[in-house]
Unconditional design. Structure first.
Length: 405
């Protein structure tokens, strides 16, 4: 059952939403289907296709609710008439299209960008509201209210549950790419929990990126995003040691990186740059490619990475980008120059609660042999981090600076 929840939730919800035409109703019916499965599977055994069983059950429940509401003359803005739906087991090949429909539905321009991202993470990705709140650095009740408002707006505005027509794609594509990128980021380093990576989320993001690349091969940012995810994911197996301890990029075994993913990602980067107008994902992918192709951390082309970050800041003026650029600056101009840039970013309220800022500052201070200040910055980072693997890493770094007397 737990495996079916991890693997099938998104597909079942997407297929049910197409019938229900109401995201709240779809979510309720899927939850009821999982409850029904607990009894049925214990009695009859797990079906050969758990996802199909759950989908058929959830869709039938949705049709039943809609028919009851029609009898009571409830005013439900239906996207699909229940009589036109055959709630049989769906074909396997249709499932990915259902999931993409849900992505595009959540990324409707009638919703605010934050609402698009949050709703997609919750419904399409199955990320908890608490973890989404941590991503946005807001209290959990605030995020729960935003998600609820977004779902109600989809219903009230009669937003159609379908992949947009070709003419509508440009208005939604950037939002779709943003949520796929954030989905991967959420899985790449989990906001909370004991493990560093949520592999199911990264796999979902890669699948969506590949689907988009097939659907929109001529949009340069689409292969750019796929390249970024491939090049980043190529290092996944080496990000922790055998005991699950976090390893810095400089300490990872590059011989274990996925060379096929690196080669594919690098080819996509070259294709994106040949257009003459690489977007922010292609530029980030170029940075990841330089890291992936370097024979060692020290031998990385750091000056070129700094120049790429300069280009990225023009396309995406984000304080997180500026912080990452400071790390590259430290390898070119030294830790003192980088520290000045990090300290200049500290007053930016968008980085409040972002534990990487004090963690990077601590690393730079340590390299400058300002151990007491470095230890204080590590303590600040520890107070902000919620992932156990990252917490253990920062705790170790702090202990190295403050050995017992």
């Amino acid at each position: 059952m737990a495996d079916a929840h991890r693997r099938e939730w998104t597909f079942v919800l997407a297929a049910t939403a197409r019938v229900a035409g109401d995201l709240d109703l779809a979510e309720e019916c899927v939850q009821e289907a999982y409850v029904a499965a607990l009894d049925a599977w214990a009695r009859d055994g797990v079906p050969d296709r758990p996802g199909a069983w759950l989908t058929a059950t959830a869709r039938r429940k949705a049709v039943d609710v809609l028919r009851r509401r029609q009898v009571l003359r409830a005013k439900l803005p239906l996207l699909v008439e229940p009589e036109a739906i055959e709630p049989d087991i769906p074909d396997e090949v249709a499932v990915p299209d259902d999931r993409l429909r849900l992505v595009f539905t959540c990324c409707h321009p009638a919703l605010a960008r934050e609402a698009q991202v949050a709703l997609t993470l919750r419904l399409v990705c199955g990320v908890s509201t608490a973890d989404i709140a941590r991503v946005f650095l807001v209290p959990e009740p605030t995020m729960a209210a935003r998600i609820t408002r977004a779902k109600k707006k989809i219903t009230a505005a009669r937003i159609p549950y379908r992949v947009p027509e070709a003419a509508e794609l440009p208005g939604r594509l950037d939002a779709v790419l943003t949520v796929v990128h954030l989905l991967y980021t959420t899985g790449h380093t989990a906001p909370t929990g004991g493990g560093l990576v949520h592999a199911d989320l990264t796999a979902r993001a890669l699948h969506l990126a590949r689907t988009l690349a097939t659907l929109l091969p001529d949009e340069p940012e689409v292969p750019g995003l796929l390249a970024l995810l491939l090049l980043t994911d190529a290092r996944r197996a080496t990000r922790v040691d055998a005991e699950g301890r976090l390893l810095r990029l400089a300490d990872q075994d590059r011989s274990r990186w996925d060379r096929d993913a690196i080669d594919e990602g690098h080819r996509l980067v070259l294709d994106a740059f040949r257009t003459g107008h690489p977007g922010r994902y292609a530029v980030q992918a170029a940075i990841a490619s330089l890291h992936a192709l370097a024979p060692s951390y020290a031998a990385t082309d750091w000056p070129q990475i700094v120049r790429l970050y300069d280009t990225l800041l023009v396309r995406w003026p984000s304080p997180v980008v500026a912080l990452n650029r400071a790390v590259a600056v430290s390898m070119v101009d030294g830790p003192e120059a980088a520290l000045a840039e990090v300290d200049a970013l500290a007053p930016d309220t968008r980085l409040a609660g972002y534990h990487y800022l004090p963690a990077i500052r601590a690393e730079l201070l340590d390299r400058l042999d300002r151990r007491a200040e470095a230890a204080e910055s590590y303590r600040t980072a520890l107070a902000l981090v919620d992932n156990d693997a990252e917490r253990a890493f920062l705790t170790t770094r702090l202990a190295e600076l403050t050995p017992p007397r």
